[in-house]
Design a protein around this ligand. Structure first.
Ligand code: UDP
Length: 414
């Protein structure tokens, strides 16, 4: 059997205090209409990265309105996850040569077929996340359930070979979901195509309000000097997140802001073999400078510590080159933190209004904006307020729950 992630129930009603009643009432009505429907999400890792983060908050909240929602995780060995990471990279516009190989095709199919055999099919709706398990629908002999493919990555300019490889599998689904319209491939043919952005849980350990003094103490315990300014990037160790570019931005900014410190907080995901070599390379680079600190989930920097860093630091960076959405943007904005970010993928939809002035295309521009925000604290604080309001309006969990349950209703109605 596939592993089922064990999760509890989180009370959605708390959101009435933040968002008012209308949206929560709407969700309760949808849940009533869907009563008895069993929904199952499937992905390739239970920790590390945005999808695992999302599902671990999302599912417990959905359960609290009386729906059955579970989460199964596919198995895979290192070779499988190496080719699926390569597929992921190629769909984001990277090199697609590995996808063309016969061996890759064989491995992708065999592993999906094996996983399809081990799935629990006792559900009415399957929501399959990302390319790794996309062929499950092809290999399942389930004929009663409805199947939705949920793409979390930036497929705006995919390697054509990689997309041509994946497309026939996706076209067997009843619906496909993307984060933004720009990510929907023009040639995709499925009965329903929807777009919806991910969201964060304001009450999770990652995002709950913590006192800033406590957070500064927590980061001090991890080696940060609380008397000096701190900038931060939180992300998987991945080339698309441009960690070396972040170090360069830091070095340039420090020329204008002496004493500046950088924390790179990065997680390693079990379905991302590339992360380990990136981690080693970043460590080597960081070791050359005692004000560059590298932390990981493997050394005890978990959700609460990420929250502490985002609350305690002065400016966040997210220098992504491609980005499906970037939950870290909403997480930081929710804490009122100003951000300088790469003008890529799903980031601009979170950084609208005045925040968009801090979307950058070059390292020099990034450093200049970081320095400006460090030297103009009132403007930084205003931006933080604007960012938090934007997250409240658009990127908190209830909006996503409403969007997804509405889609489920549509798909069930055929
Ligand atoms: N994250 C974390 N610890 C880390 C690095 C990242 O908890 O050391 C979390 C981060 O807070 C966010 C998720 O991992 O919730 C990353 O999601 P995002 O959408 O930003 O990027 P992805 O990894 O999906 O590309």
């Amino acid at each position: 059997m596939l592993n089922k992630v064990s999760l509890g129930i989180r009370n959605l009603q708390k959101y009435r205090l933040v968002l008012g009643n209308e949206l929560i009432d709407e969700i309760e009505k949808l849940a009533d209409e869907l009563k008895g429907i069993r929904i199952c999400h499937v992905n390739s890792t239970s920790f590390g990265g945005g999808v695992a983060e999302l599902l671990s908050s999302y599912i417990p909240l959905v359960r609290s309105v009386g729906l059955t929602m579970d989460w199964q995780v596919i198995h895979g060995d290192r070779r499988f996850f190496t080719i699926t990471k390569s597929l992921h990279n190629a769909l984001q516009g990277g090199d697609g040569s590995l996808i063309q190989r016969e061996e890759t095709d064989r491995l992708y199919k065999t592993q999906n077929q094996m996983n399809a055999r081990e799935m629990d099919y006792n559900y009415d709706i399957f929501i399959i996340n990302d390319p790794q398990p996309a062929a499950l629908r092809h290999f399942s002999d389930d004929s009663n359930a409805k199947w939705i493919w949920r793409c979390h990555i930036d497929t705006s300019v995919p390697d054509q070979g990689a997309w041509a490889y994946l497309r026939p599998y996706v076209e067997e689904y009843d619906a496909a979901v993307f984060t933004m319209d720009q990510f929907v491939p023009q040639d995709l043919r499925v009965p329903t195509i929807a777009t919806m952005a991910p969201a964060i849980d304001a009450f999770s350990a990652k995002n709950m309000t913590l006192p800033r003094t406590l957070c500064r103490e927590m980061t001090e315990d991890l080696g940060i000097d609380r008397e000096r300014p701190l900038i931060l990037q939180v992300s998987r160790f991945d080339p698309w997140k441009d960690p070396f570019g972040v170090i360069r931005i830091f070095q340039l900014a420090r020329e204008k802001v002496p004493g500046l410190q950088l924390a790179l907080v990065g997680s390693l995901a079990s379905d991302d073999p590339e992360g380990w070599s990136m981690y080693a390379a970043i460590h080597t680079e960081a070791d050359k400078d005692r004000d560059v600190h590298v932390f990981t989930n493997m050394t005890g920097v978990g959700s609460m510590q990420v929250n502490a860093f985002q609350t305690a630091c002065d400016v966040a960076i997210q220098k992504s080159i491609r980005e499906g959405f970037g939950l870290v943007i909403s997480e930081a904005l929710w804490k009122g933190l100003p951000i300088v970010a790469g003008n890529a993928g799903g980031i601009p939809m979170q950084m609208t209004g005045n925040l968009s002035n801090y979307l950058v295309n070059t390292l020099e521009e990034g450093a200049e904006k970081v320095v400006y925000l460090l030297q103009n604290r009132e403007i930084a604080a205003e931006l933080g307020k604007e960012g938090k309001e934007n997250v409240k309006r658009n990127f908190l969990m209830p909006r996503l729950i409403r969007d997804e349950l509405s889609l489920v209703k549509r798909v069930l109605a055929g």
